[in-house]
Design a protein around this ligand. Structure first.
Ligand code: ACO
Length: 310
């Protein structure tokens, strides 16, 4: 890496150019993107598990088809994202190995249990709502394949968000039991959703370099504030109560939350609390059970290659 290459790269970033797969890029830019995109892909794939558990128990055929479509979308998002990381030279095998051996993280939010059907709606409203705020920002990022993947993913996430909100608003106006379920789901999912946008800016080691290279266009706290500002008034309007006694609106109109329990956040990421161990065991079992499919695809590809060269 020469100073001239770096200078030319920085100039392209400053000019708002998209960096494409064959272009020169600093090794650290490549490393950061592989880290982030592969962790994002893992989150989509592990994210199918908490909601997938409810497909067979959905209360109506309409809700069941919506949930099946949503979970299938998450698998598709995982695919786009693994492909985007592959354009940077990462292999699928390396990335999956990193997930299964805990070298790579995935989002903390998916280590929480889905205890009732209302959790499915609350995940759509809050988790997809938070994801959209983060991913709309990433749609403007400097790496072409990642930014383009985000455009399609965000439009699908918007459908996920709407179905979750519609479900919770219906329950919040429903029978006393439905109202209790909606409130209980909010009580359990609110803080994990606030946490999932990442540590405070002062504790976010990657934000500096990611912002400098146009990968992150907003900091964790800025995205969190956008999420809180949009969702708090809507949740209150639905008749629900935020599980945060400190929540208030300041003079600028921002909703200000109370202190976040970061000990819980890190424990959940490390698998010391929450369902991290179960989630990885489920992924490992699915990986092992899928070995014959990968072998068959490989044998087919080898045969095609042989017959093409004959
Ligand atoms: N869960 C697990 N790990 C997290 C989380 C979280 N919610 N938030 C931050 N971290 C990790 C970071 O990955 C980083 O660890 P690493 O260096 O070992 O990779 C560490 O905590 C420190 O955090 P930051 O320096 O703030 O990390 P970064 O600048 O990458 O910001 C963020 C974190 C905002 C999640 C960023 O990586 C990002 O935008 N990723 C792409 C979006 C994404 O992954 N979304 C997943 C959920 S959305 C969905 O699947 C529906």
């Amino acid at each position: 890496e020469t100073p001239e290459q770096h200078a030319a790269f920085e100039a392209r970033i400053a000019a708002g150019d998209k960096i494409e797969p064959g272009d020169w890029m600093p090794a650290e830019y490549r490393r950061q993107l592989i880290r982030m995109i592969s962790q994002h892909a893992h989150s989509e794939v592990v994210g199918m598990l908490p909601e997938g558990e409810w497909i067979s128990q959905a209360p109506t055929l309409k809700r069941k088809t919506i949930l099946m479509a949503k979970v299938q979308d998450e698998a598709g998002h995982g695919q786009y994202l693994y492909h985007a990381a592959e354009t940077l030279g990462a292999t699928r095998e390396e990335m999956l190995e990193a997930l299964l051996t805990r070298k790579a993280k995935y989002s903390s939010i998916f280590n929480y249990p889905t205890l009732t059907w209302a959790d499915v709606g609350m995940i759509g409203w809050l988790v997809d709502g938070a994801a959209i705020k983060n991913q709309t920002m990433l749609a403007g990022c400097s790496y072409g394949p990642y930014s383009r993947a985000m455009v399609r993913i965000c439009s699908e996430e918007t459908f996920h968000h709407k179905q979750g909100k519609e479900m919770i608003v219906a329950y919040a106006q429903g029978t006393p039991e439905q109202r209790r379920m909606a409130q209980d789901a909010l009580d359990r999912w609110w803080w994990p959703a606030v946490q999932m946008l990442g540590p405070h800016d002062s504790d976010s080691p990657n934000t500096g370099v990611l912002s400098r290279w146009g990968i992150k266009l907003k900091s964790n706290d800025e995205v969190r504030q956008e999420f809180v500002n949009e969702h708090v008034p809507e949740l209150l309007e639905a008749g629900l109560t935020l599980p945060d006694p400190d929540m208030h609106q300041n003079e600028q109109g921002n909703w200000i939350h109370g202190p976040i329990n970061w000990d819980e956040f890190w424990a959940v990421i490390k698998g010391e609390a929450g369902l991290g161990n179960e989630r990885l065991a489920t992924r490992q079992a699915a990986h092992d059970e899928g070995a014959w499919v990968r072998d068959a695809l490989q044998a087919y590809a080898d045969r095609q290659r042989r017959s093409a060269s004959e």
